[in-house]
Design a protein around this ligand. Structure first.
Ligand SMILES: Cc1cc2nc3c(=O)[nH]c(=O)nc-3n(C[C@H](O)[C@H](O)[C@H](O)COP(=O)(O)OP(=O)(O)OC[C@H]3O[C@@H](n4cnc5c(N)ncnc54)[C@H](O)[C@@H]3O)c2cc1C
Length: 337
């Protein structure tokens, strides 16, 4: 049995901790904050519980694969991982509703909309790669099993490696639909010229394979992962920021842990800072962020309000240019989600 220390209690750290512990290792998870979840948080506003950060659960086959691996490796298989997790996923009827220069469209684009036939063509090309993405998300990067999926993607994108260059090459896409597809790269905090072509496919994959929200909100995923980690024997410690990651040890504000293996659930820049106790270096390129306003409404939204709406900027190119230049965007080039 090895001593494993996992740094960071977001979804990545919790998942790694649960898998390592169920494989028989002695795992300690160290989280700096008083709550688990990282970017997925739960807050209370005027008596209403709200989840912040991620809003959509995608690629449920990845979740199923995690549960399968936990069951396969568990030393105490008395309770199935699915029962421990107790996560109930609710499929949304659409990916979302998009507002751009006076045009409103849902994804998938419904029949009768001027973009419908172009969307159908785009969706037929890209919707089917969901299982390939799932395979890449659940396979070691250089594993042989990943080769067929990588080959199919190589055939699809060719030498058009960025989302922008790929989408621009699809000259039959109406400009408005192209921008609706491209805006999804902001999920990575950067412009379409800085994300891989694969990002272009995501809206079609989400439309074909579905998007979900766990009953009770996305933060239920964090709670499910915590249950799985604890059931596997993980020693979960909150309020314990890691100050330094050294060879075979981890120093926190409270003590030094010996470790045979360290697993990071941190963003790369933060991790770099902790290795050897150096101060984190500022990122070379900033990614975009947002101001979130959470409010408890006196009346519910009308029944046909989409659960996920995106108001695109009037001028997406100006937004992407300001991201590249590390400049605050002008008001007309901001996005509302
Ligand atoms: C606004 C927003 C919307 C998003 N929407 C979606 C969506 O709809 N669907 C989707 O799938 N994804 C979405 N994402 C992305 C998703 O939220 C992230 O990919 C995911 O939460 C990252 O999890 P993580 O565990 O890798 O990192 P994090 O959540 O960042 O977790 C890292 C953890 O490490 C801890 N930590 C940092 N430094 C230390 C230290 N020194 N010592 C100990 N602990 C430390 C942090 O406190 C944190 O808890 C969204 C993200 C944002 C911000």
């Amino acid at each position: 049995m090895s001593r494993v220390v996992v740094v960071g209690g977001g979804v990545a750290g919790l998942t790694a901790a649960a898998l390592s512990a169920s494989a028989g290792h002695a795992v300690t998870l160290l989280e700096a904050n008083s709550t688990l979840g990282g970017k997925s948080r739960r807050i209370e506003v005027a008596g209403q519980v709200m989840d912040t950060g991620p809003s959509l659960f995608t690629f449920p086959a990845v979740w199923q694969e995690l549960l399968r691996r936990l069951d396969d490796s568990s030393h105490s298989p008395s309770t199935a991982a699915e029962d421990t997790a107790s996560l109930n996923l609710e499929r949304l009827p659409e990916v979302g509703r998009y507002y751009f220069r006076g045009e409103v469209c849902s994804l998938p684009v419904p029949p009768g909309h001027p973009w419908h036939s172009a969307w159908e063509r785009f969706a037929a090309l890209h919707g089917p790669i969901g299982p390939d993405v799932t395979r890449l998300l659940t396979t070691a990067p250089m594993a042989r099993d990943a080769y067929p999926s990588l080959a199919r993607m190589g055939k699809l994108y060719g030498n058009r490696l960025s989302t922008r260059s790929y989408l621009d090459s699809l000259t039959w896409l109406p400009d408005g639909l192209r921008e609706v597809i491209a805006i999804h790269t902001l999920n990575a905090g950067v412009s379409p010229s800085r994300t891989p072509a694969l990002y272009a496919s995501m809206p079609a994959v989400m439309a074909q394979d579905g998007v979900w929200v766990p009953q009770g909100g996305v933060h239920e995923l964090v709670r499910a992962l915590e249950r799985l980690a604890r059931a596997a024997g993980v020693d979960v410690r909150t309020d314990e920021p890691v100050l330094e990651l050294g060879r075979g040890h981890v120093r926190t504000t409270q003590k030094v842990y010996r470790a045979d293996a360290l697993v990071s659930g941190l963003d790369a820049g933060r991790l770099e800072g902790l290795l050897g106790g150096r101060a984190p270096r500022p990122p070379r390129k900033l990614s975009c962020s947002a101001v979130a306003v959470y409010a408890a409404l006196k009346q519910p939204f009308p029944a046909d309000t989409s659960r996920h709406s995106v108001v695109l900027p009037e001028d997406p190119a100006a937004l992407y240019a300001s991201l590249e230049a590390q400049r605050e965007p002008a008001v007309k080039s901001r996005v509302v989600v």
